[in-house]
Design a protein around this ligand. Structure first.
Ligand code: ADP
Ligand code: ADP
Ligand code: ZN
Length: 216
């Protein structure tokens, strides 16, 4: 199974991808996580992306397209993948079409996770992850079962993303509306777009996603 989770920052893409990976034995390809790893490792791509990401702008299409093109042919993608955070521009979406056709791969669906902007700001500013295993949490919406201890790995250190601040969030939402939202009519016209209610609670969104994916 191969599909795109499309939605604004904070829409719940990463949260749902983590659940779907476990349920369907596929991998999550988060371009945001790949870029953060490149920044942490100090690679050339990381050096070029760092300031852009801090500001909340989009990293160049060339970098992203190259990164995904290499990644989708790795062995662990054989059973399928979830694209989380890619494509984010029309140029990326068009490059993805070409790339998949060349590799004889087909997408099963493009799923829009629809959430109002008013809700997104609180989602992003309250978000944090386990520093050890990357499990995602939220100050109010999704707390660990035991305060301060990761449900998944039992460790006690957590981290907040440096771009999850009010200023960068405003830029990221603007980037979404200007550069990513045009992908909705692009995929709608192709007949591959499905929509789920990203404002529902986390379990309900998972249920809707599984329904959509079962319909293929
Ligand atoms: P994205 O990957 O789309 O940027 P995340 O999955 O990281 O978004 O979700 C952003 C924050 O909102 C996280 O802290 C997550 O726990 C929380 N969250 C995700 N989905 C929901 C939901 N349906 N209802 C309430 N909070 C949610
Ligand atoms: P969010 O959780 O807000 O959806 P991501 O983790 O997907 O954020 O991305 C974090 C940052 O990484 C983005 O604000 C952007 O700077 C960069 N980025 C990630 N994916 C892409 C992409 N496909 N194209 C351009 N920039 C990207
Ligand atoms: Zn953990």
């Amino acid at each position: 199974m191969r599909f795109i989770l499309l939605g604004a920052p904070g829409a719940g893409k990463g949260t749902q991808a983590q659940r779907l990976v476990d349920a369907h034995d596929i991998v999550q390809l988060s371009t945001g996580e790949m870029l953060r790893a490149a920044v942490a490792a100090g690679t050339d791509i990381g050096k070029r992306a760092k300031a852009v990401m801090e500001a909340g702008d989009l990293v160049s299409d060339d970098i992203l397209i190259g990164m995904i093109s290499d990644r989708v042919t790795e062995a662990d993608c054989g059973n399928g993948f979830i694209l989380d955070g890619f494509p984010r521009t029309l140029a990326q979406a068009e490059a993805l079409e070409v790339m998949l056709a060349q590799k004889s791969l087909k997408l099963d669906a493009v799923i829009e996770m629809k959430v109002d902007d008013a809700l997104l700001i609180g989602r992003i500013t309250g978000r944090y992850t386990c520093a050890n295993c990357g499990a995602g949490y939220h100050d109010e919406n999704l707390k660990p079962k035991v305060a301060g201890i990761c449900d998944n790995c039992g460790r006690t250190e957590f981290s907040h993303r440096s771009d999850d601040n009010a200023e960068a969030v405003t830029t990221r939402l603007a980037a979404y509306h200007e550069q990513t939202a045009p992908l909705l009519p692009f995929y709608r016209d192709k007949g591959s777009l499905k929509t789920v209610d990203g404002m529902a609670d986390i379990d309900e969104v998972t249920r809707q996603l599984n329904d959509v994916l079962a319909l293929g």
